[in-house]
Design a protein around this ligand. Structure first.
Ligand code: AMP
Length: 184
């Protein structure tokens, strides 16, 4: 499957802005709005993802609330697949299944509609998409939800992996992970 060379990765990274101390002191927030508002850079990323996944057997793309919706829904349309939102608790209107995951202090929760992957296949194949892996808790919970909803999470595709936090390994216990960019 296609990956990017060093120059291509550097080009994408150059288009992602670092915001120091957001949303709290000590965090360097990876701001992808600067990638999205550059039609060449956004198109370059989406072309890459389209080439990587177009020959892969996938039935649905699931995106994580909220930046995973941007890349996930765009990719789903390019590949002519259905899109499924995985949302923070309390946002989805129909019957849901949910998964809690630990934060630094306390818990958070993601949800999916019970019938999100309704189709003729017994076990639909799902690609999970989000913008970033930090501790890996969100994507781990999302991949678990996909499997609980009766589908199979075949890969988690993440734009940025904050490698020093080692969250990727946590997700890999459930599903293979493709990180477009690793940040050391
Ligand atoms: P985690 O569950 O710790 O892997 O956190 C991943 C989620 O939090 C993703 O949906 C990201 O959008 C968001 N996130 C966490 N840390 C950052 C960061 N430094 N920059 C941008 N987004 C982040």
């Amino acid at each position: 499957m296609e990956t990017l060379n060093i120059e291509d990765k550097a080009y994408l990274l150059k288009n992602i802005r670092d915001i120091k101390d957001f949303p709290k002191p000590g965090i360097i927030f990876k701001d992808i709005t600067t990638l999205l508002n550059n039609k060449e850079a956004y198109g370059f990323l989406m072309d890459h993802l389209e080439r990587r996944y177009k020959e892969i057997d996938i039935d649905f793309i699931a995106g994580i609330d909220s930046r995973g919706f941007i890349f996930g829904a765009a990719l789903a349309d390019r590949l002519h697949k259905g899109f499924v939102p995985i949302r923070k608790a309390g946002k989805l209107p129909y019957t849901t299944i949910s998964e809690k995951y630990a934060l630094e202090y306390g818990f958070d929760e993601v949800e999916i509609h019970l019938d999100a992957f309704a189709c003729e296949k017994e076990k639909p194949r799902v690609l999970l998409v989000d913008d970033l892996i930090a501790t890996g808790g969100t994507a781990e919970a999302a991949a678990t939800l996909i499997n609980k909803a009766g589908a199979e999470c075949v890969e988690a595709c993440m734009l940025i992996n904050l490698a020093f936090l080692e969250g990727k390994q946590k997700i890999e216990a459930i599903t293979p992970v493709y990180a477009v960019l690793d940040v050391e």
